[in-house]
Design a protein around this ligand. Structure first.
Ligand code: MF3
Ligand code: CO
Ligand code: CO
Length: 275
């Protein structure tokens, strides 16, 4: 018989898409639950505990907890990533308390009936500096620029090209060491979704077909795009120059009619939101 070997990112059928929608919806409701708790004085471990409890109380699974690390790193120790100021991503929750002026990204991924939903938001804790605010707003807008850059049978590179131009026009850099990813029955799968693109890049030639599901999750930096992972915990990623970094993420299903963001609720910031 010798059937054709399936290659490339999975294409989900209608039933599978309902599984993805349910996972995205639950994850977004969890973000709704956490959003008001992000306040000066809250510790990141307390927020993570709420994420764990809410997920378990609804019969679901936090995808981060025990997730296999990069080579050399231990399994991820918590239920979420909470990244303050110069931390780009994969901030490990701790006793550290949020304080006025911080910017903090909360990145949550849930497994609902075997399907993953993944999203993050950067919050401004109390009053923050004008440049920090501009970074957060620009990163939020860059995510939506990326979402609006895609169409059925377009290319993955359209996402990075649009985000990169939007960020550089506003004098921010785009992180290159971490990217969006296909998502479904696995947390991270094909296709890789870079948030930058250069005319001679080979990456990004993947066609986005209806039924593909992936995240867009740009990380924008005030200074250099270069990052460094913490030598001790193996996870926490910081900007090389310790300047601020912000990130927003949604899980996106490409349908026959265009992109369908799966992790948006009425309570969260909508496209076009001004912080
Ligand atoms: N949620 C992150 C992402 O957006 C991945 C976190 S992996 C973890 O892809 F193990 F650090 F939780
Ligand atoms: Co995430
Ligand atoms: Co992700």
């Amino acid at each position: 018989m010798g059937g054709t070997v399936a290659k490339g990112p999975p294409i989900y059928n209608q039933e599978e898409r309902e599984g993805l929608r349910a996972a995205g919806r639950f994850n977004a409701e969890l973000m709704d639950h956490i959003r008001p708790l992000v306040q000066p004085g809250a510790s990141t471990l307390e927020l993570d505990g709420e994420i764990f409890t809410f997920t378990k109380d609804h019969g679901h699974t936090p995808a981060c907890l025990g997730y296999a690390g990069p080579s050399g790193a231990p399994p991820y120790p918590n239920s979420s990533c909470i990244s303050i100021n110069e931390v780009v991503c994969h901030g490990v929750p701790s006793e550290r308390r949020l304080k006025e002026g911080d910017i903090v990204n909360v990145d949550i991924t849930s497994i609902v009936n075997g399907w993953h939903g993944d999203q993050s938001e950067t919050f401004m804790v109390g009053a923050v500096g004008a440049e920090a605010r501009r970074l957060v707003q620009t990163t939020f807008d860059a995510l939506w620029v990326g979402i609006r850059a895609i169409k059925p049978f377009g290319y993955v590179r359209d996402i990075g090209a649009a985000i990169y131009k939007y960020a550089r026009d506003r004098n921010f850099e785009v992180v290159r060491d971490y990217q969006g990813h296909g998502i479904g029955r696995q947390f991270h799968q094909e296709p890789g979704v870079p948030h930058f693109w250069f005319p001679r890049s080979k990456a990004g030639s993947q066609v986005i077909r209806p039924g593909m599901c992936f995240t867009i999750e740009p990380m924008l930096n005030q200074g250099t795009w270069k990052t460094v992972a913490d030598k001790f915990d193996g996870w926490t990623v910081r900007t090389l120059d310790n300047k601020l970094s912000a990130q927003f993420e949604h899980t996106i299903l490409m349908t026959e009619n265009g992109p369908e963001p799966l992790t948006v609720t009425k309570n969260g910031p909508q496209e076009g939101h001004k912080f």
